[in-house]
Design a protein around this ligand. Structure first.
Ligand code: ATR
Length: 283
């Protein structure tokens, strides 16, 4: 871990990177704890990514976050990778240790921490969990659910992608075609949307939530809008819901701790700041 010495620098890399909200999150914590550090956005084009990682030890950065499309390249570039990142197949948090580039994936921890904080006891009686989607985000969610004893049932438009994921994780994970999602809902303890459906104007998930268990928890990893149509519908049927913003906030905690030497808290002020940004208001 970094000793958090004054002037520590970290960044987020992506292509494009303008939309990344992690500078707001880390900037909030740097202010809140009065630390002398910086966290910047760095745009790195796909053709430059290998050179970027090669030069990273001399860059002056203590570490970085990695966003689309560089998470797989980051995994390949690391000298040491934590098992969770290896299992998910992507690295989103990097740091230097003894001159070596090290990496992990904090999305699964962020997903779990969000549910633990917002819906305590959500994993008391694990059972089948319906996971919509089989992309990169779904890999982190499936890994997380298995840790807590759930059996993920993955429904995806491209069923081959769901099968790859189920094959990679095992542990009761099963793959289904997208059309099976309604039938899978009836005994699901948890419904997680990891598809881009739910983002404004992308499309409708097409689920009749009257078919859900009354005690099912519904969560979406989409957080723009904060209340997706799925969450809105679930609330109207009296189901418990958790929005996706907490996952974004909690996944940032381990990186900040590594680079700046202090474990930050996800508090109401941080959430309000990001909500204001999502809603296009000044904080
Ligand atoms: P991420 O890394 O955020 O998970 P991704 O890898 O592009 O992003 O995955 C997006 C997910 O949304 C996929 O499961 C995708 O389904 P396919 O694998 O079949 O492409 C899903 N998705 C996107 N648009 C969709 C739509 N119109 N209907 C159903 N699923 C959709």
């Amino acid at each position: 871990m970094s000793d958090g010495k004054p002037g520590t620098r970290a960044c987020v890399i992506g292509w494009p990177v303008d939309h990344a909200r992690s500078p707001l999150i880390h900037g909030y914590w740097l202010d809140r704890y009065g630390l002398d550090g910086t966290y910047e956005r760095v745009a790195v084009a796909p053709e430059e990514i290998d050179a970027f990682f090669r030069r990273f030890p001399d860059s002056g950065y203590a570490g970085c976050n990695v966003t689309v499309p560089h998470k797989e390249a980051a995994l390949a570039a690391c000298a040491e990778v934590e098992p969770v990142a290896r299992a998910i197949g992507a690295v989103n948090t990097l740091w230097m240790d003894g001159g070596k580039l090290c990496g992990t994936n904090t999305d699964a921890l962020g997903f779990l921490a969000n549910l633990d904080e917002t819906a305590p006891g959500w994993d008391n009686e694990p059972g089948p969990a319906l996971v919509l989607g089989a992309g990169g985000a779904a890999r982190a969610v499936v890994w997380a659910l298995i840790q807590r004893g759930f059996q993920p049932k993955i429904a995806n438009r491209n069923v081959a992608r769901a099968e790859d994921l189920a094959h990679a994780f095992g542990g009761g994970t099963e793959a289904y075609p997208w059309e099976a999602r309604q039938a899978l809902l009836w005994d699901a303890r948890l419904l997680v949307n990891t598809t881009s459906l739910g983002m404004k104007g992308v499309g409708d998930i097409g689920l009749d939530l009257r078919g859900a268990r009354g005690d099912a928890l519904v969560t979406d990893i989409v957080y723009v809008p904060l209340v997706t149509d799925l969450l809105d519908l679930a609330t109207s049927y009296g189901l418990r819901t958790v929005d996706g913003l907490g996952m974004l906030l909690h996944q940032a905690v381990p990186g900040f701790e590594r680079w700046f030497g202090l474990r930050p808290t996800v508090d109401a002020g941080l959430r309000a700041r990001i909500v204001a940004d999502i809603e296009g208001r000044a904080p």
